[in-house]
Design a protein around this ligand. Sequence first.
Ligand SMILES: NC(=O)c1ccc[n+]([C@@H]2O[C@H](COP(=O)([O-])OP(=O)(O)OC[C@H]3O[C@@H](n4cnc5c(N)ncnc54)[C@H](OP(=O)(O)O)[C@@H]3O)[C@@H](O)[C@H]2O)c1
Length: 229
Amino acid sequence: MKTYLFAGASSQIAQATAQLLQAKGNTVIGISRQPEIAIYDQYYQVEGYSKNDFPVIDQTIDGIVYFPGSINLKPFHRLNSADFVHDYQLNALGAVEFTQAYLGNLKASENPAIVYLSSVAATLGLPFHTSISMAKGAIEALTRSLAAELAPKIRVNCVAPSLTNTDLGSKFLNTPEKFEASQNRNPMKKVGEPIEIANAIVFLITQDSSWMTGQIINVDGGMNNLKTS
Ligand SMILES: NC(=O)c1ccc[n+]([C@@H]2O[C@H](COP(=O)([O-])OP(=O)(O)OC[C@H]3O[C@@H](n4cnc5c(N)ncnc54)[C@H](OP(=O)(O)O)[C@@H]3O)[C@@H](O)[C@H]2O)c1
C-alpha cells in the first residue's frame, strides 16, 4: 500500500481524493492551515504554503498533490501587483516549494508521482481572470518542464477543472439563479462535483496512469474544448 501527501488538505477536492485513496487501503497525510481534519491518517497544521512552513517528514512518500488555490476575479484595471504576486505565490510558487520540500521522500519510492491543480482559466480566455490565469498557466508550464526533468523516475501531471461545487466556487453558486446560470454555461450543463475531480487525481497519482507524464487533464464538462451554443 502507498503513502500520499496532500498540501491544502481542507480542500473539498482534497478530502474526496483522500477518501478514494484510503478506500483502496492507502495512507494519506494532510497538511493544512486548518485545525485537524479527522479523515487524514496523519496531519500537520501549518501557517501557510511557503518554504519554511513545510514539516520534515521522515518516511517514503509515493505521491504528492498540491491543492491550495484561489479564484480572485477582478477587472484588469483594478488588479495591482500585490494581487498578481499573491495569486502566483499561492497557486504556483507554493507548489514549487512543496515539491522541493518532499523530493527526497518521493525519490525513495519505487513509482513516485506528483499532481498539480490548474484551472480552465489557464488556457481559455475569460474576462476578469488575468491574475489567476497567469498563476495557473505557470503551474501547467511547471508540469511539463518538471516532468521532463524528473523522467523517468518521477511522473508529473496536472488536472484542470472548471467551476466545481466547493467553498472556493461558492460565490458563483450561492443562489439558485447563479447555480443555474453556471450550469447553463457548461457544455454538459453541469457544475463539477469534488468527486469528479478526485477521480482524475487518483488516476494520475497512482500506477493506473503509469505511462503518463507531463499531461494536463481537463475535467471540465467540455468547457475548454467545446462550443455548444
Ligand atoms: N472549485 C473550483 O471551481 C475550481 C476550479 C478550478 C480549479 N480549482 C482548483 O482546485 C484546487 C482545490 O480547490 P477546491 O475547489 O477544493 O477549494 P476549497 O475546498 O475551497 O479549498 C481551498 C484550498 O485553497 C487553500 N487556500 C485558499 N485560500 C488560501 C490562502 N489565502 N492561503 C493559503 N491557502 C489557501 C486551502 O488550504 P487550507 O487547507 O490550508 O485551508 C485549500 O487547500 C485549487 O487549486 C483551485 O484553484 C477549483
